[in-house]
Structure formats: C-alpha cells, structure tokens
Design a protein around this ligand. Sequence first.
Ligand code: ADP
Ligand code: MG
Length: 227
Amino acid sequence: MAEVLNMQNISKSYYMGEEELEVLSKVNLTVNSGEFLSLLGPSGSGKSTMMNIIGCLDMPTSGKYLLSGNDIEDLDETELAFIRNKEIGFVFQSFQLLPRLSALQNVELPLIYAGVSSAERKERSLNMLDRVGLVDKTKNLPTQLSGGQQQRVAIARALVTEPTILLADEPTGALDQKTGAQVMELFEELNHDGRTIIMITHDIGIARHAKRVVNILDGHLSEQEVQ
Ligand code: ADP
Ligand code: MG
C-alpha cells in the first residue's frame, strides 16, 4: 500500500527567549493510503503541533518528514503551499465556514483557487454535498444550518479537491454527542470509500471510530492495540 506520510525522528521545540520547550520528541509515524488513524491525547500533549506539521503549516525543528514522497525540507514557500493544497484537506473544530457564502459557495471556494471552470466547480461541489447528505441545503447560509450540518459542509469543502489526506483537528469538539457520532459515521463511510483520514482528538470515544489509534503524551507517540 502506498505510504502517504512518513515521519522520522521529528522533534519540535518552541523557544521563548532563552527557554526551550520541546513539544514533540523524536516522533516516528507512518501512514498508508486508505488508513483511518486517530491521534489521541490530552490537552497540551502536542496534538495541534503535530497537526500543524502534518499539514505543512509549521516546520519541525529536526527530523525528516515525507508527505506523499515529498521531502518537506526541500521545498520553498510556494512549493509548500502547492503541496499543502494538493495533499491535505483540513477540517477544524470550529468549522471555519465563510458566513456570507452559501453551503455550495463555501464548498466551491477551493476549486475557485484551483482555477476550475464554473460549470465543473458546481457539479463537483454538488456531488460532494450530496455525498455528505446535504444536497437539499446547498443555498443555506452557515447560520441556517445546524452545527453538524455546518461540519458536513466543511468536510465537503475539504474533500472537493480530492486531497490525499483528510486532516481533522477535534472535528466533533463543537458538537453534541449524537451529532458527533453522526460525523464519525460519515468519516467511517468516507474511509470505506478509500479516503485516508488522520483525526486528532482528546476524546477516546471519538478516537475509537478510527481503525488505528495512536496515543500522544508529552510529545511521545505510542500505538494502541485496537480490538
Ligand atoms: P494540544 O493540541 O495537544 O493541546 P499543543 O500542540 O497545542 O497541544 O501544545 C503543546 C505544548 O506546546 C503546550 O505546552 C503549549 O503550551 C505549547 N505551545 C504550543 N504552541 C506554542 C507556541 N507557538 N509557542 C510556545 N509554546 C507553544
Ligand atoms: Mg490542540
């Protein structure tokens, strides 16, 4: 199976004046195409730092990171932005939809940036909204959608460009338990269709929806056996 992510001895420190805070300590992680992995850890364990590095929003202090075979260290800012857009679809706890745009327009946005023609944009976006169960809400503004529906729009937007990895940081953090479980069912379906998903969470019940759980504690990773 194709390796989409390979981290070797990744460390990350933040510096405040003289003081060094090592947040990730020689992390090794390999993810293959088609996996559904969750990264589970308490607040302050380094999850968002991992997310930022996986998503090429921040660089490690040391170590090697290959994203779909691209050595991140070799890339300049422009190449990094290109790889990020191509490889990663981001989903956040707070949905981050643009409030004045409809569901359809929100999903179309990444395709506008990618220079896709208007007709194809609309078709692909409607297909994705259909996939997440929202084909009857395409004209709704975010405020006219429930939290769970807003997160579905955000998921459609993240996937409309067909990225290699869906990268989600606490995707159910702003949702009640039932709605969160429904979003997890959607993730399971998407993974069943072949999507590679990396999900970050502090919630063990949410993490267990993934096929593979990796614990993070004080910047160290350890695999968890899943039944
Ligand atoms: P989590 O997402 O698991 O809560 P983070 O990755 O956000 O953890 O943070 C891990 C540690 O790194 C925390 O102690 C946090 O205070 C620290 N930290 C995060 N970002 C920065 C930063 N930009 N500068 C300094 N310290 C940071
Ligand atoms: Mg965090």
